[in-house]
Write a protein that binds this ligand. Structure first.
Ligand SMILES: [Zn+2]
Length: 320
């Protein structure tokens, strides 16, 4: 009998991470070239897609690090030794800990973020509730953040990154970044090639965002999302729109909204009740279409559905 209980797998994951922490820095990350001067860094984590990807855009003057992530390894050193010697700027797509924890490594740099992201991080610092990283450390960034707004442009030297605002579906603090020079859209978790979880946001709201981004499709051909296998081709927007159209036309998705990795990745520490709940929550459905998946609330298909009473959907079983 092999022990795959969450307790055992969590301990094993910690042990593997501890071992990797004794390896040289350049073995703690994988590096891929997405486009010229555009790098994808995959921080090692036995649980595959759990740690987001770090994207680095190198311009003539500066290099921009998009989301330092929650890797417990020294991603700054990895960038400086393997990617670029240009002065670094950082940016957060949103405030979630798995995207912002390692901001502390960039405390002496400008870290761009939305006003809401700045607020969330301030609150987190004030509360002292810092989630330990996978090595058990609790670092705290002292950088207050530099607020940017949709329409602002970050100039890296002959490389312009426009800040894009949409109606947030994943996190109220979300911003997207459009690299107008290289033709890449960095979406944060507002787009995920694995799935979009829109628990209490209408499908139509997400569709409106996709329609807006698709209206600018001639400015980019690549989408860099943090989890689940980015980068992907920009035409995925078309399939997200079609997916939403199907749901809005009344084609119902599956009751089982768990992704394969959610259900079967033994390193994702989920008790059996959480998995059972996700396979059988009467409020949510999962709609697949051409490589896109959306997990949505059956009471919230259209924007107008927000005006009448609806059941709330929760990612995990509500606490009794
Ligand atoms: Zn997130």
């Amino acid at each position: 009998m092999i022990d795959t209980s969450p307790e055992f797998m969590t301990a094993l994951k910690k042990e593997i991470m501890r071992k990797v922490s004794t390896y040289p820095n350049n073995k703690q990350f994988d590096l891929r070239l997405a486009k010229p001067d555009t790098w994808v860094i995959l921080p090692y984590n036995p649980s595959g897609n759990e740690t987001p990807r770090v994207y680095v855009c190198v311009g003539e003057k500066y290099a921009l690090v998009i989301d330092p992530t929650d890797t417990p390894f020294d991603v700054r050193r990895f960038i400086e030794e393997n990617v670029t010697d240009k002065p670094l700027l950082a940016a957060n797509t949103h405030s979630h800990n798995d995207h912002t924890y390692a901001n502390y490594l960039f405390d002496d740099c400008t870290i761009y973020m939305s006003e809401q992201c700045q607020k969330d991080l301030q609150e987190m610092r004030a509360s002292g509730r810092i989630k330990p990283d996978l090595l058990g450390n609790c670092h705290i960034s002292e950088n207050p953040g530099t607020v940017i707004h949709p329409g602002d442009v970050i100039d890296l030297g002959n490389r312009e990154i426009e800040v894009i605002g949409i109606t947030p579906c994943h996190a109220p603090s979300s911003l997207l970044f459009l690299d107008r020079t290289a033709g890449i859209l960095f979406t944060g978790d507002e787009i995920d090639p694995g799935q979009i979880n829109m628990w209490n946001i209408p499908v139509e709201t997400f569709r409106d965002n996709m329609v807006y981004l698709y209206s600018r499709r001639d400015e980019f051909d690549m989408i860099c999302a943090p989890h689940n296998g980015g980068p992907v081709h920009a035409d995925i927007l078309k399939y997200f729109i079609e997916n939403c159209d199907r749901v809005m036309a009344g084609i119902e998705g599956d009751l089982d909204v768990g992704s394969t990795s959610y259900l079967l990745n033994p390193f994702e520490n989920r008790p059996a009740e959480a998995i059972a709940y996700r396979r059988n929550d009467p409020v949510t459905r999962r709609s697949y279409w051409k490589g896109t998946a959306i997990n949505y609330n059956v009471d919230l298909i259209f924007n107008r559905d927000l005006e009448k009473p609806y059941r709330r959907a929760y990612p995990n079983p509500p606490k009794k």
